[in-house]
Design a protein around this ligand. Sequence first.
Ligand code: T5A
Length: 207
Amino acid sequence: MSRGKFITLEGGEGVGKTTNLAFIKKYLQDHGIDVIVTREPGGTQLAEKIRQLLLDSSSESISESAELLLMFAARAQHIKHVIEPALSEGKWVLCDRFTDATYAYQGGGRNMSINTIEWLENLVQGTLRPDLTLLLDAPVEIGFGRVRTRGELDRFESERVDFFERVRQAYLRQTALYPARIKLINANQPLTDVQNSLVDVLRPLIK
Ligand code: T5A
């Protein structure tokens, strides 16, 4: 049995990852692909507990190093218990955020060392990298406007606008570094146009 494909969806707050994840899942299933949908931080019992700790805006302040290590601790669990088993069984894995988010949020947003992130990436992931990453990109104020209508903000959503500008720029740098893997999708357009762009990228992957 051939190994499944690993697809990740990335982007800043409110760019439409969750909305489009459901669309991509259906598109793949309609083409006969066995796909599981998961998310980071999270995806296993323990990793979801870590997610709660990370997003809780009422907890004690979390140090930058603790935040980075918790992201990779959750990821280690997720890879071992969900991602690797599914890929080995030939299933495709569709993941809402992965390590590009760490480069963007902890590297760009928090200005943490890229070398440290790379070191942890190699330690936790070995050779595992996404086969395809879809980066939904929109000006920060667009995504923020969508998120604000939802009510209470989590610990990341409570950051200042310049944090999210750095996150966006770091995502764009990742795209420039890995143009074959990361495909930029303009998320600042009507949803049907975003979805048409997603299909254009996904179609060649489906034999
Ligand atoms: N994090 C995560 C790190 O710091 N480091 C890491 O390594 C990882 C993995 C996780 C947080 O953790 C951080 C980043 C995050 O802050 P999350 O829930 O995964 O949190 O991420 P969020 O960005 O907070 O998810 P959101 O649900 O806020 O955003 P989505 O999923 O991008 O947006 P979505 O789909 O919910 O859409 C928001 C609204 O916009 C509408 C939708 O209907 C919805 O109402 N919408 C559109 N409206 C108009 N036009 C379009 N094209 C639209 N697309 C969507």
